[in-house]
Design a protein around this ligand. Structure first.
Ligand SMILES: Cc1ncc(COP(=O)(O)O)c(C=O)c1O
Length: 374
């Protein structure tokens, strides 16, 4: 817990040291055990974490990888997606969602997002399906689950797999069930700032399909089941032993941390209710894991400057919609193609949110926001 009594003290956007302090002793012991075993790449700590994270998600299998980006790439490989294929996804996300599609030579086909949740708008997905469509890839953005039932209905109707990008949504619930098993495959990131973050890079693929899990295990190890025999072209996507050990310690705290994130979010809802900001919406079907607390306002850039001038951390997620990124210019999208995503890019601002935030800090953020509008 960050001890803070000074109501004008700076509020960092993220406070990883606060979390580290709370669990340092267990982390040190876990890392020491890994060092003693010299199990640096995969090994027993990763295997144990995989078991525990699968259980956490209510899934049969978890495959530990070296990043969320790798998990998404492997997911595309498992579904045999390749050149000439299309994958329907959202332009309102971190670029790695799209990298996976590009890495296998397929084409991201963007569909606009829902104005309330910023997640893929299921009402617009069916119109984007073509004979080349091979999968639908929604993102549980900012920790808020995408509306999965209508998307799964479309998938069933068109015999398409759904892949969940759950990189920001560990422990988020859709209709009371933790995300991660709604799709054929789900992908998580354990980047340090994530709700469940490693002390370096990390990711995982979660599935109920034994064949997918087995192939993912081979793909992460250079395409081999038996060492030095390579059945297909693979990758070095192994999770490090130390990350497995760290994640094993941290997973035990995840439910409490999610609860605390929700506390912070609810407090912001109360304190910011009378400002002109558009606050994050939690759909009736959702229990958000509040990876981020993203508010919206047309004067976002001025508000950002005001917060920074008053030493309140904030960030932009994400300032450029993917269909307008330079790297995707050849896809031929234009400004105006996805008005909701573009408006989000112009207006969104992420306020500090982490389990260790004190009420004093939350009040300080709200007060500085309030000053801006007075
Ligand atoms: C929505 C989303 N997808 C994928 C990723 C990629 O994860 P990683 O950074 O672990 O490769 C991230 C991470 O930032 C993300 O936020």
């Amino acid at each position: 817990m960050t001890l803070q009594t000074d109501s004008s003290a700076p509020v960092p956007y993220l406070d990883l040291p606060a979390q580290m302090r709370a669990i340092r002793r267990d982390i040190d012991a876990a890392i020491a055990r890994t060092l003693d075993k010299c199990s640096f790449c995969l090994g027993p700590d990763v295997a144990q974490f995989e078991k525990e994270f699968a259980r956490f998600c209510g899934a049969e299998h978890c495959v530990g990888l070296n990043s969320g980006t790798s998990a998404l790439h492997v997911a595309m490989k498992l579904l045999n997606i390749g050149p000439g294929d299309e994958v329907i996804t959202t332009p309102c996300t971190f670029v790695a969602t799209s990298w996976a599609i590009s890495y296998v030579g397929a084409k991201p086909v963007y569909v606009d997002v829902d104005d309330a949740t910023f997640c893929l708008d299921s009402n617009q997905v069916a119109d984007a399906i073509t004979p080349r469509t091979k999968a639908i890839l929604p993102v549980h953005l900012y920790g808020h689950p995408a509306d999965l039932d209508p998307l799964l209905g479309i998938c069933r109707q068109h015999r398409l797999p759904l892949v969940e990008d759950a990189a920001q949504a560990h422990g988020a619930k859709y209709r009371g069930k933790v995300v991660g098993t709604f799709g054929a495959v789900s992908c998580f990131s354990f980047y340090p700032g994530k709700n469940l973050g490693a002390y370096g890079e990390g990711g995982a693929l979660v599935t109920n399909d034994a064949a997918y899990a087995a192939r993912a295990r081979a793909l992460r190890e250079h395409g081999s089941v038996q060492r030095y025999y390579h059945d297909e072209i693979g990758f070095n996507y192994r999770m490090e032993g130390i990350q497995g050990a760290v994640l094993g310690v941290k997973l035990k705290h995840l439910d409490t941390w999610t609860h605390e994130r929700r506390r912070v979010a609810h407090r912001y809802h109360q304190l910011l209710a009378d400002t002109p900001l558009q606050l994050p919406h939690e759909a009736a079907y959702a229990e958000s894991a509040y990876h981020l607390y993203v508010v919206r306002h047309p004067r976002r850039d001025d508000l950002k400057k005001h917060l920074e001038a008053n030493k309140v951390g904030c960030a932009l997620h994400y300032p450029v919609s993917l269909h307008l990124q330079k790297c995707y210019a050849d896809l031929g999208y234009r400004p105006g193609d996805f008005p909701v995503a573009e408006k989000a890019a112009r207006e969104c601002l992420s306020l500090p949110i982490y389990p260790e935030m004190t009420d004093t800090q939350i009040q300080r953020v709200a007060a500085v926001v309030g000053e801006f509008f007075r």
